[in-house]
Design a protein around this ligand. Structure first.
Ligand code: ZN
Length: 156
């Protein structure tokens, strides 16, 4: 294992054992669920959106290390962010995980997420990493259209 692999593993384990913004947000303006049947990952994402900005974000993860770490890093990144920018960041992350040809240069704010790049080598686990982000898109859509609770998202 190279030094960077080692560091990436530590970042993932840190977020898995001490997930950030974990829990339930009372009175969330938007709430969405994500399910990855392949691995058994499940999560609920809560957003408090005010004037197009994510004021508060919480996630309740019940899943594997990749899924939990990915969700934890995502909530850290998205807190305080305007919705449109959040959508851009989801798109950058998805390109990093899904585009086989393109080497994606991550913006500084997404530095930690570099740790998940190695997951690309394990196609089954890519879905684990993507689940929080696909659920995020659903929650953002909802928040933009008056909020509420979304039907569960299943990552394909
Ligand atoms: Zn998983």
């Amino acid at each position: 294992m190279s030094l960077s692999d080692e560091l990436y593993r530590e970042t993932i384990l840190d977020h898995y054992h001490n997930p950030r913004n974990q829990g339930v947000l009372e009175h969330a303006t938007a709430e969405a669920e994500g399910v990855n049947p392949l691995c058994g990952d499940e999560l609920t994402l809560f957003l408090n959106v005010d004037q197009g900005t994510i004021k508060d974000i919480k996630i309740k993860s019940r899943g594997c290390s990749i899924n939990t770490a990915s969700g934890s890093m995502m909530t850290e990144l998205m807190a305080g962010m305007p919705l449109d920018r959040a959508v851009e960041f989801v798109s950058i992350f998805k390109t990093m995980m899904l585009d086989k040809e393109k080497e994606v240069e991550l913006p500084d704010e997404m530095e930690d997420l570099e740790a998940l790049k190695g997951v690309k080598r394990y196609p089954v686990r890519i879905k684990c990493a993507l689940l929080p982000w696909n659920t995020m898109l659903e929650a953002i859509e909802l928040a933009k259209h008056g909020g509420g609770k979304a039907a569960p998202v299943t990552t394909e």
